[in-house]
Design a protein around this ligand. Structure first.
Ligand code: 6GU
Length: 253
């Protein structure tokens, strides 16, 4: 799976995503992360990419031209001579959700739909994803209308730019790509599986600062352990995420 991030801060994105599990996934060729510097595409002789908003108001806007040209460069590369399916006219078989065979373009904005695990699962089916990161007060609406397929937020708070949200999404999506996690069952039995949070876990020693590991986990009785964990998941969800608990209860009644 390939991620293409359109940004004014490529080094931030690459540094953050080339460590730990995702770094290893890149080295193994399971995922590819490319950061495209929007500034490289400006036709302004001073390399400027922003300007004042018509009608007035606070701050600066990213202009349409450099964003569009950066996008076009990526799109042409994706649909380029290496793309056998596009070449053979097998657009139907492309994993891309939009029928044109064009990649989905996700604009990170607090005005988008709130990202969740179901969206991560859907997006993990795509071969290429383009993330557009805005800065300043936003991006000229006309280029958004032209290229964006999905408007996504990561929660109800305001950040200074789309880079961290893009990185959050790429992390959540990448761990669903086969073989990225070395343990292929762990992506299934985790928080949000079945709308429940994960149960508590313990490692050595058996006693730490007077606190003992629950006896059932030392018993070797697998059915009892499974039952205990499920009870704990339900209890924890009810306490910490009553909204999720109600959803789960409605489904399981
Ligand atoms: Cl996607 N962008 C910005 N700037 N702020 C956010 C966000 C996105 N999601 C939550 N807050």
């Amino acid at each position: 799976m390939r991620f293409h991030v359109l940004t004014l801060f490529p080094e931030m994105v690459l540094q953050g995503l080339h460590t730990s599990i995702l770094g290893r996934a890149c080295e193994q060729g399971l995922i590819e992360i490319e950061a495209v510097n929007i500034r490289d595409y400006t036709k302004n002789k001073h390399k400027k990419v922003d300007d004042y908003p018509y009608g007035g108001g606070a701050g600066m806007l990213m202009q349409a031209q450099p964003v569009y040209d950066a996008y076009k460069a990526v799109e042409e590369r994706i649909a380029g001579p290496d793309n056998e399916k596009a070449q053979e006219g097998q657009e139907d078989e492309l994993a891309n959700a939009n029928k044109s065979g064009k990649p989905r373009v996700i604009y990170l904005t607090p005005q988008g739909a709130v990202f969740n695990q179901n969206m991560a699962k859907e997006l993990a089916k795509e071969e290429d994803l383009i993330f557009l990161c805005g800065h300043y007060e936003g991006i000229d609406e006309r280029v958004l209308e032209e290229i964006v397929t999905d408007y996504v937020s990561i929660g109800d708070y305001v950040l200074t730019g789309g880079e961290l949200p893009a990185m959050v999404m790429i992390d959540a999506i990448s761990r669903l790509v086969p073989e990225v996690l070395n343990n292929d069952v762990s992506a299934e039995f985790e928080s949000f599986h079945e709308d429940l949070l994960e149960y508590p876990q313990y490692s050595r020693p058996e006693e730490w600062q007077g606190k003992k590991v629950p006896q059932v986990l030392l018993s070797g009785h697998h059915a009892n352990i499974e039952n205990w964990r499920r009870e704990q998941s339900i209890k924890r969800t009810k306490e910490r995420r009553p909204d999720l608990y109600e959803k789960w209860k409605a489904k399981n009644e």
